[in-house]
Write a protein that binds this ligand. Structure first.
Ligand SMILES: [Zn+2]
Length: 94
């Protein structure tokens, strides 16, 4: 049996909230983009809506990144997470 608590990483409430918004914006953008491609020939204004959704996603993502850099708790969690598996690959890439 694998211990769940060892692999589960918890961030602060604000991070969870921002991550939720980011995921929601990404889902919306993906949906609108697919819809816009299909409706393009009909001249629907779906493209601008997709662009707005894309901007929303970019804004949500940068807010998430900004938070993880400024928040002591999340920064620590990300460092621990990176050291546990990605550090060797990251140091080789840089
Ligand atoms: Zn945080």
């Amino acid at each position: 049996m694998v211990e769940k608590s060892a692999t589960e990483i918890r961030f602060c409430d604000e991070y969870e909230d921002l991550f939720d918004q980011c995921l929601h914006a990404l889902t919306q953008w993906t949906r609108l983009r697919a819809f816009g491609d299909r409706q393009d020939s009909a001249g629907m204004p779906a493209k601008s809506e997709a662009q707005r959704a894309e901007r929303g996603y970019v804004a949500a993502f940068s807010a998430l990144r900004r938070h993880s850099r400024g928040c002591i708790l999340c920064e620590e969690r990300l460092r621990v997470h990176a050291n546990s598996g990605l550090s060797s690959a990251a140091s080789r890439a840089s």
